[in-house]
Design a protein around this ligand. Structure first.
Ligand code: RB5
Length: 143
């Protein structure tokens, strides 16, 4: 499985840690930047990650900015993206189980690395439940 990952400067440090974590899990990582703490614009990185997922270049995506809010808004503007911003393991579970989130958003300044890795693992390891949730996910994809 290939995971696309992108951040702005506010999410750079956590992105690097998540990237190492994914590699430890033997997952292929497509790092779309940014590559330093120099100030950049999160909409461009959210868009790039969303496009990588929707085009099939990557199977799933992870985006990180300071809060995860701006980059998740940007990513969700790409048609076909279902990006869930998660601040707890329970949210990570539910955003895969109910929303079939194909991109996970994290806040580099608001979520501690240990919790972030637990969120990533829960999201990766949870299956979409389908059933009554499928129709709603289809509605999202057809907006
Ligand atoms: C950048 O300073 C900051 O605004 C950004 O990382 C993010 O938190 C936006 O939602």
């Amino acid at each position: 499985m290939k995971i696309a990952i992108a951040s702005d400067h506010g999410g750079f440090a956590l992105k690097e840690q998540v990237k190492a974590h994914l590699t430890e899990r033997n997952l292929e990582v497509l790092d779309l930047g940014t590559h330093s703490e120099e100030s950049v614009d999160y909409p461009a990185y959210g868009k790039a990650c969303g496009e990588a997922v929707v085009s099939g270049e990557a199977d799933l995506g992870i985006v990180v900015c300071g809060t995860g809010i701006g980059i998740s808004i940007a990513c969700n503007k790409v048609k076909g993206v279902r990006c869930g911003l998660c601040t707890s393991v329970e949210m990570a579970h539910l955003t895969k189980q109910h929303n079939n989130a194909n991109v996970l958003a994290l806040g580099g300044r608001t979520t501690a690395p240990e919790l972030a890795m637990a969120i990533v693992d829960e999201w990766l390891d949870t299956e979409f439940e389908g059933g009554r949730h499928q129709r709603r996910v289809d509605m999202l994809d057809n907006m």
